[in-house]
Design a protein around this ligand. Structure first.
Ligand code: P5A
Length: 446
């Protein structure tokens, strides 16, 4: 993509309304634009990152055996009256009346709608277990939307719902989600720690939140430092195996880690040696719940068990804050010059910077690197603007592409271009005809 033809509305000034780095950088890099309080348009660069994150989420859901579908954003109030949540949910729910005076709402979550789909089509324990999910916009009329996409009113969530014949099977679904979430966040270059959490309006009594440590996070968390040493590191996982999922869950839930709502100071002090006790701020990027028959019972979602008896299904729901993740990744990965995208979520894998725009040879080399990259399925962002070198470097640093290739007349005279890594500024000189291959090699690792 040629930058001269792209739509990248970067801001020169730091926007006054943005209080945290990710919000500031998203506005400055032209990734989002506020449409109303807590509601954002996703500009092309931001939209690319959102899609990258969504792709990883989808791939990992499918790997775990979960089935994608798409439910609407608007829901009928009648289903929520069946579960009793229409009145319980309170002012965070955006209630709408259609022209016939019927009550609708903009879904803040989908437990009722999915339970209705399930009860209409599934009858037997033989069709279980089943986990359906979608990635869809939600609306919660947050009293204080803030920090940009971190606490929006409209936000993108992956929400999945498991249906199981009994509690044991539903706990496996819960564990499978925990493992699959660990993989998902790790692939994005994030360390998200599962922590025992409160269940709030979703209900049930067993839940974990996934938290990314950050000083600007809205949650307060307490944990055993040793949990930071854990990682999956590309481990093979059999998601159908209860034992192997449970073993991973045990590994992550053995060290103390809780949000402030479930924190028990005396347990913390008696079970964790002082040197390992940590208290921190953190960003909640996901949450999983087991709530048994909370929705299936009042809504009559039953199946015939192996003896022909009708039993309410055991359920859980599992959410990932897809749009919030864009901000959370930036909070975890930026410097004074701008964003530093981890490769797997970068909007473009590499930027090409032409320092000799008027030199037709330099232009030809840049275009040839672009073509080579595109042939390998890697779309670069080519800064072909008539701009000073300083401005080109500043824009590249701000938008945070993990790699940049600098092309200029002087280097070309020696048959070389410069490849630089954004995170630490480390550079190597390579022949232009090898540039695409080198980038492909780097990305093959992700
Ligand atoms: C689980 C899926 C649920 O809603 N029902 C369906 C359950 N869980 S949750 O914890 O309330 O939300 C899941 C994740 O969504 C993100 N999130 C938000 N992101 C941006 N702005 C918001 N206002 C917002 N509220 C929730 C969080 O990452 C949360 O973990």
């Amino acid at each position: 993509m040629r930058m001269s033809r792209y739509f990248l509305p970067v801001l020169k000034e730091t926007p006054a309304e943005a209080q945290i780095a990710s919000h500031r950088l998203m506005l400055r890099a032209g990734m989002v634009r506020q449409a109303a309080a807590g509601i954002y348009s996703w500009m092309p660069l931001g939209y690319r990152v959102l899609k990258r994150i969504e792709d990883i989420v989808n791939q990992e859901q499918i790997r775990a055996g979960h089935i994608p579908l798409l439910m609407p954003t608007l829901q009928s109030a009648s289903l929520w009256r069946e579960s009793g949540r229409y009145d319980d949910y309170g002012e965070e729910m955006l209630r709408i009346k259609d022209r016939h005076g019927r009550d609708l709402l903009y879904g803040p979550t989908n437990e009722e709608l999915i339970t209705d789909i399930f009860r209409s089509h599934v009858n037997s324990y033989r069709d279980l277990p089943l986990t359906l999910y979608h990635v869809q916009w939600k609306f919660r009329d947050e009293i204080r939307p803030r920090y940009g996409v971190m606490r929006g009113r409209e936000f993108l969530m992956k929400d999945g719902y498991n249906f199981d014949v009994d509690k044991a099977s539903a706990i496996h679904s819960y564990n499978r989600h925990m493992v699959s979430y660990l993989r998902t966040y790790e692939r994005m270059g994030l360390q998200a720690i599962p922590m025992r959490a409160d269940t709030g309006p979703i209900g049930g009594d067993y839940s974990h939140e996934f938290l990314v440590l950050a000083d600007t996070g809205e949650s307060e968390v307490f944990f055993d430092n040793s949990i930071l040493e854990l990682n999956l590191d590309g481990r093979e996982i059999d998601f159908d195996s209860e034992a192997s999922c449970r073993a991973i869950v045990d590994e992550w839930t053995e060290p103390y880690s809780r949000t402030d709502e479930t924190h028990d100071e005396s347990l913390f002090e008696t079970t964790v040696p002082e040197v390992r006790r940590r208290k921190s701020r953190a960003i909640e990027v996901g949450q999983i719940f087991y709530f048994g028959t909370k929705y299936s019972e009042p809504m009559g979602a039953t199946v015939a068990d192996s003896e022909g008896r009708r039993v309410p299904v055991h359920m859980g729901s599992h959410g990932i804050g897809v749009s919030r993740l864009v901000g959370a990744i930036i909070e975890a990965s930026h410097d004074e010059k701008g964003i530093v995208w981890p490769e797997p979520v970068a909007p473009f894998p590499v930027g090409i910077l032409n320092l000799s725009q008027r030199d037709s040879n330099a232009e030809a080399v840049c275009l040839s690197i672009c073509r080579d990259l595109e042939a390998k399925g890697l779309e670069p962002l080519y800064d072909d603007r008539e701009e000073r070198a300083g401005a080109k470097f500043a824009t590249m640093d701000l938008i945070g592409l993990p790699w940049r290739i600098v092309v200029g007349s002087r280097g070309l005279a020696k048959g070389a271009v410069e490849l630089t890594r954004r995170i630490d500024g480390e550079s190597e000189t390579i022949a232009p005809e090898h540039a695409a291959e080198r980038i492909a090699e780097i990305y093959a690792a992700y």
